[in-house]
Design a binder for this molecule. Structure first.
Ligand SMILES: NC(=O)C1=CN([C@@H]2O[C@H](COP(=O)(O)OP(=O)(O)OC[C@H]3O[C@@H](n4cnc5c(N)ncnc54)[C@H](OP(=O)(O)O)[C@@H]3O)[C@@H](O)[C@H]2O)C=CC1
Ligand SMILES: O=C(O)[C@@H]1CCC=N1
Length: 271
């Protein structure tokens, strides 16, 4: 079995979800994973014991051994880290960032010319192998490194290769929208507990309802058609849908998407 060395710089929520996803998959590669963060040593200890990863107090040492370096830290931390990394990165290595707004061109512009770069936009469901991850590759990435990264992304769930511009526009849809879905779930759970049941039951009812709805969507049927199938003409669901329409539900969702993507662009360091 091939061993591939992966270094995560940043050990927060996204790194944890990705490592959990990678460790779930029984694929053709053995992943030797190192993890570094800024200062939270308790976090590194927790990751080490849970996921068989190596904690690194100085990522520069581990960077030399890495085949793939994944930047999983806030966009604002990239400038300094990339400046240092540019003195260490080697031509055969792949540098990938999951930071919102960063862009594969932004990444490449701060590293030596020809450095192999990729920009990923996973989501938190990577932890359960159900992320919808976007991936934009830089021009210089070799077929071998594309395949290695693809193997990581298969561990996280589904992935979709697209352009950098598409990742900018779709960040809110795949990276952030799980939080919107969780807010919807929270509102439904609150209604369920206020009206009829306990919290555990409410979680099951709402979670299974969302899972079933997602499966129907993934079967390829359009949401308008599925909505019509639920809403019997003149029936109960139609009354609830009118309230959402009155509140301009779809417009508000679009506003949230735009605000998210704008903020992502603003957080990224200038190229
Ligand atoms: N959370 C999500 O669902 C998603 C997040 N992302 C992206 O993932 C990235 C991380 O987000 P998230 O995990 O939520 O954030 P967290 O705040 O949970 O984690 C950030 C991590 O980065 C580390 N860090 C900060 N500065 C540095 C530095 N200079 N050098 C090394 N490590 C550093 C922190 O270390 P310490 O704790 O020691 O300070 C921490 O481990 C962001 O760029 C975000 O845009 C992308 C898609 C989804
Ligand atoms: O909130 C954030 O900035 C990150 C980007 C996508 C999801 N979380």
């Amino acid at each position: 079995m091939t061993t591939v060395h992966v270094l995560f710089i940043g050990a927060g929520r996204m790194a944890r979800a990705m490592i959990a996803g990678i460790r779930r998959r029984q694929g053709p590669i053995h992943w030797d994973i190192s993890v570094a963060n800024h200062q939270d040593s308790a976090r590194l200890t927790e990751l080490t014991t849970t996921f068989r990863v190596r904690a690194q107090t100085d990522w520069r040492t581990a960077a030399e051994q890495a085949d793939i370096i994944i930047l999983a830290m806030p966009p604002a931390a990239h400038q300094t880290v990339l400046e240092t990394l540019s003195h260490h990165v080697l031509p055969h290595q792949l540098v990938a960032s999951v930071a919102a707004g960063i862009g594969v061109s932004g990444l490449a512009s701060k590293l030596p010319e020809g450095t192999q770069c990729a920009w990923l936009m996973p989501n938190i469901a990577a932890a359960v192998g159900e992320s919808m991850t976007l991936c934009a590759f830089g021009d210089t990435v070799t077929a071998d490194n594309r395949e290695k990264l693809a193997e990581i992304l298969r561990g996280l769930g589904q992935y979709h290769v697209c352009t950098e511009t598409q990742v900018h526009h779709l960040t809110a849809i795949t990276g952030s929208a799980p939080a919107f879905a969780f807010q919807f779930a929270e509102a439904l759970e609150q209604a369920a507990t206020a009206l009829a049941t306990d919290e555990t039951t409410a979680r099951l009812l709402v979670g299974q309802m969302l899972l079933g709805s997602a499966k129907l969507l993934l079967s390829g049927r359009p949401p308008e058609e599925l909505t019509d199938e639920v809403a019997t003409p003149g029936g109960a669901t139609a009354a609830g849908l009118s309230v959402l329409t009155e509140a301009q539900f779809k417009t508000r969702v679009m506003d949230a998407i735009e605000a998210t993507n704008q903020r992502a662009r603003a957080l990224a360091p200038e190229t």
